[in-house]
Structure formats: C-alpha cells, structure tokens
Design a protein around this ligand. Structure first.
Ligand code: HEM
Length: 327
C-alpha cells in the first residue's frame, strides 16, 4: 500500500498539551494539597455509607448478615462495615474520575467547565480514589486481625496482611477470585495514576498510552464488587443500581471513541492520507463497536434482570467468618 511521502502534520494531537503548557506543570505535592477538600468530601460520604450499613444491620435488613449470619452485630463488626463503606466511596470516586477522564478526552462542548478545572478535578479525584481503595483493603486487614483468635500478634498481622494484600493467598470461596481481582485494581491504580507526575521522563505519548489502562482498573473494581460485595449479593435493587451506574460510563466511552478530542485519534475513512494503516484502523473500528456492544450488554442485563445476583434463601445459610463462597 502506497503511503504519502510527506506525512500530514498532526498538529491537533498537541492541542490539549498546548493548554497545559500555559499553566505551570502540576506536581504531586501540589495535587495532594489540592485533593484535601475532595478527600474530605470522600470521608464524609464514607461516614454516611457506614451509618447506613450500621443502621441496616441494627434494623435486621442487612444483606451482609443474610450472607454471613454470624455478623449480626455492628459493634463487633464495625471495622468490616467501615471497610465496606470505604469500598463504596472508592467505587464512587473511581466512577467520577473515570467520567471526568472520558469528558476530557472526548468532544468539547460550550457548557463544560474550563479544561484546566476539569483536569485538576480529574487529578485530585484520582488521588483520592487510590487512597480510598487502600483504606478499604486496610480496614479489611484490620478486621481480620481483630477477629483472629491466635495468641501470637505477629502471626495474626502476617496472616491478615497476606490475606488482604498478597495475590493468591486468600483461599476461601469466591474470595479466591474476587480478592485478587480487587488487588489487581489497586496495584494497577497506583502506577497508572502516579506515572502522570513523571510523564516528562517517560514522554507524554507513552504516558497517554499507559494511562488508557485505567479503564481496566475501573472494570476490575466493578467486577470485584459484583463478585464479592455482600450488599449487592442478591439480585435486588442495590445490584440493579450498580449496573445502571455503568451505563453513563459506557455511553461516555462510546462518545469519546467516536469523537476524540485529538484529531489524530479520529477514525475517518480507512486508508485516508495521513491516517492509520489498515490494521490500526480496523483495531480502532473494532474498539468502537465493542464499546457500543458494552452499552447494549449492560442494557440487556438491566432489562432482563439477569444481573448475576443470587437468590435470597428462605433460611439464612450457616457460614464461617468471611466465607461467602456460595450463592
Ligand atoms: C487489596 C485489594 C482489596 C481487598 C483485599 C478487598 C476486599 C474486599 C472484601 C473482603 C469485600 C467483601 C465485603 C462484603 O462482605 O461486602 C469487598 C467488597 C467490596 N470491595 Fe473490595 N477489596 C479490594 C479492592 C477493592 C477495590 C480496588 C475496590 C474499588 C473501588 C473495591 C471495592 C469494593 C466494594 C464497593 C465492595 C462491596 C462492599 C459491600 O458489599 O458493602 N475493593 N472487598
């Protein structure tokens, strides 16, 4: 295939950076400071979710207790409730920061806040998300230490740390898959978020390519929750809401892929001068089709009610601590 001898300049590829060059380069320390209001709001949301979960446990309507009847005491299991609450705020913040990222890399509209503001929100919410994910896992580890009856502290600490943070260590029920999925989300979120602050070393193009994988972090987070969250264990309204929340993300992804901010990423006609080669064009076209299929898939799940939720048993199951292995 004959490619044009003179490459067509792809100047709009630089457009978003041009705006960035005018402001001073964001640094991690500055962004951490800027994330304080955002993180405070996240703590507020976590406390509200914690209170809600506590209230449900007291009122006898907790799905967690339906899955694990021994947990019928919020005073004894407050650390577990706090871990769940951090899990929910982490997921909510992940949702928000992914939406902001998709807005930033999608088409500009007149009603959007200034790009600088959107970028700052995206960076601060992303830092907060990682901290919330970590707090969620840490509280789970703390809960394991608290309810471990072995006398040696070091054994308890190591066991809780390994169960929570070492992939493949947790060996009970659905957790054998769900926990490594959550760990993968956490361990990918850290480098993919922080690489931004060293992008001048790795090059903006490499950084952009790597940063796209944050979508994988989000998908892993949602998958982990659908697999393991006892508050979305049964095929009831909380699980439906969780699925519904994925529709705006999938729709924004379709819009972002169909009308990317960077002209160089636009699909255009195959084999157009200056455009991508046929294999890359095909991959991009397939990516857009896959995103549209995801929207259709989520709609099908919500409408059909086949959302992977288990049926609530008439009698509470007998289970051992943290072994929510069977539906
Ligand atoms: C080291 C990584 C992780 C560990 C050890 C872990 C552990 C757990 C455990 C044990 C549960 C079950 C709680 C229940 O009974 O409901 C759970 C649920 C959950 N996790 Fe994670 N998780 C990790 C990473 C993540 C990440 C990255 C997210 C993303 C935001 C996340 C969000 C959630 C949510 C929303 C729930 C549902 C809580 C509920 O049903 O109330 N987790 N996680």
């Amino acid at each position: 295939m004959q490619r044009p001898a003179t490459p067509v300049p792809q100047e709009p590829d630089r457009a978003p950076e041009a705006a960035g060059r005018r402001e001073s380069t964001p640094r991690l320390r500055g962004d951490l400071r800027a994330a304080v209001p955002d993180a405070s709001a996240a703590v507020g949301v976590t406390v509200a979710v914690f209170a809600f979960l506590w209230f449900r446990m007291e009122a006898g309507t907790s799905s967690t207790v339906a899955v694990m009847p021994f947990m019928d005491d919020p005073r004894a299991y407050w650390m577990y409730l706090l871990s769940q609450a951090f899990g929910w705020s982490a997921l909510l913040w992940a949702w928000g920061t992914v939406m902001l990222g998709l807005v930033l890399s999608g088409p500009r509209t007149a009603r959007q806040p200034p790009r600088r503001t959107l970028e700052r929100w995206h960076r601060t919410t992303s830092l907060t998300t990682t901290a919330l994910m970590f707090a969620h896992a840490l509280m789970f580890a703390a809960e394991l230490v608290r309810h471990d009856t072995r006398p040696a502290w070091l054994t308890r600490l190591w066991s809780a740390f390994a169960d929570s943070f070492v992939p493949g260590w947790y060996d009970s029920g659905t957790g054998q898959i769900a926990i490594p999925v959550g760990q993968a989300a956490l361990y990918l979120a850290v480098p993919l978020g922080l690489l931004f602050y060293v992008r001048h070393r790795i090059g903006p193009r490499t950084w952009r390519r790597l940063h796209r994988f944050v979508l994988v972090v989000y998908v892993l987070s949602v998958w982990h929750t659908l697999l393991y969250g006892t508050n979305v264990w049964y095929g009831e309204w909380p699980r439906t809401v969780l699925w519904l929340l994925q529709i705006p993300v999938a729709l924004l992804l379709v819009v972002r892929l169909a009308r990317p901010a960077r002209r160089a990423e636009r699909l255009g006609a195959p084999r157009r001068p200056g455009g991508p080669g046929l294999p890359e064009w095909t991959a991009r076209a397939l990516g857009r089709l896959a995103a549209a299929a995801v929207v259709a898939g989520i709609l099908a799940v919500v409408i059909s009610g086949h959302d992977g939720g288990r049926t609530r048993p008439a009698d509470p199951p007998a289970s051992t601590p943290h072994d929510h292995g069977s539906g």
